[in-house]
Structure formats: C-alpha cells, structure tokens
Design a binder for this molecule. Sequence first.
Ligand code: SF4
Length: 297
Amino acid sequence: MNRIALVDVDGRNFPNLALMKLSASHKAQGDAVVWYSPLFSRPDRIYASKVFSFTPDFQDYAAGDPEPIRGGTGYDPAVKLPDEVERTLPDYSIYPDWTSALGFLTRGCIRNCPWCIVPKKEGGLQEVDDIERIAAGRKSVVLLDNNFLAADEEFVREQLEKAARLGLRLDFNQGLDARLVRFWNAKLLARCRWMRFIRFSCDTMEVLHEVRAAVEVIRGAGYRGEFFCYMLVQDDLEDAEYRLRELVKLKVTPFAQPYRDFSGKAETTKAQRDFARFANVKGGKLCLKMSFKEYYH
Ligand code: SF4
C-alpha cells in the first residue's frame, strides 16, 4: 500500500476533479490517500494540482518528501491524466461539503477565441461521457464542458433528454454557447431542471445579439427560470458597460470578469477590476441607476 498525498493549490472552495479522480484511482488499488501536510503526511507520492495560472504556487514541502507530480492548466496545460484515471468516477469523499456530481460530457471547443486556452489544450470537440454515469445517483450535476451545444445533435438530444427523464438538476457552469441555441435544443433546455441558472458567455458585442436571441427562444420554449452570463472585460469599458446594461435589461444576471491572458503573465488593470466590482454588485442592477463613471466619481 502506498501513501498518496494531494495538494489542491487553488484552495478547496471548488472541488478539483483531477485530484478526485486520482484519489479514486489510488484507493481502488488499495492505497491510502490524504491531503498533504508537511508535518504529518510522510507520503510515497504527492500530486499537486493548480487550475489557475494566477494562483501562487504551493512551496511548503517538507525536506525529504518526494518531488510532487504537478498538473493542471495553472502548471502546464499539456499534462494530462492517464486515460484509465480520466475514466474513473471521482472520489467525492475528499470534498465532503460538495453534494453535486461533477464531470465533463464533452471536452474541447469548436471555436478559437484568442483569450482562451481550451482549444489549445483540448483541441476540437469530443464527446467523452454520459450524464447518467456522471450523476452516479446524485440528483444535481455540475458540468464543466466548455461548449456542450457544439456536440452532435444526436448526443445533445440524448444527454438532455436523459437529464430531463432522470429529473437531474443541471449547471453547465462554464456557460453554454448562445450562438448554437436553436429551437430544437431550446425546447430540451427548457424541459431540464437547473440548479439555478442557464448560463451563457457574452464576451463581445457580436455575441450580445446572440445571447438576446437565445434567451428569447428558450423563454419562448417555456423556460421560466433565471439566466446568468459571464462577460469578459477587456480595455474598452464603454463596450463592456453597454453589454452589461443590455444583459440587465434582459433580466440576465451578469458576471463580469477582467481579462486575463491565459499564460497568467498579463495582469488585470485597476479599471477592469473596478468595472467588475461595479458590474457584479446587486446582480448588475446598479448600471440602470448610474454609469460606471458616476459610481467611481
Ligand atoms: S467558445 Fe468558449 S471555450 Fe470555446 S474558444 Fe471561445 S471562450 Fe474558449
């Protein structure tokens, strides 16, 4: 039996799927798995995972402990789990407060947005799992797919119909691609149960029109729940403010994110951070009462 120690470098606010799969895989081989402690672990092997490039690295390893095996986009997007580990269902016991199932139905993306690492890391779209297998008896499922609606129509239908039939509450927490909403998938999305929102992204003015159309067609298909929209804040704050106001008028909850280059080298600017604060307070509704300039002056 090996002693395996894990380091979630980003912190434990959101479960790290790779560590959960590594834990499950090692436990299936009879190994003991613990969170790394420089004082107490005495591990045979350490896995350190870091999702975000801007998270400071964990350095506090005890002398004599093995060099950690590092993975995750925050270290090196090219590092991948072995296939057999990737297929393992996660070990939820290492995040005992987390109650939803977690996984990917698809990997990759059909687009190539210049700020995004997904196509470089994962390539084009691949269908990789099944909603019932991911749920594994849990009633809510958080899906980390980057562009689920870009999968084949047959796959999208099969997965959403199954989710609706099983009564699963879904959250595509990276957002769905509004440009791919059509009446047939809108009807399926409207039939599903949602953990709270249907989420989209609205990173440019062109996509704003697509988000507006997608919200209308999904509401038209009978959806009565809420919408949420990530919005990238680059240097043009007037553009961002226009998108923000239009989303709020559509009764979509915005979530502004200052632009970060995926290598983690470019810092966000103070103006972008201030704008995100203005946009995210009170679900964005401040922008209907005052402009960003008025808020800060
Ligand atoms: S659509 Fe989303 S996942 Fe795909 S490249 Fe653009 S930002 Fe990345």
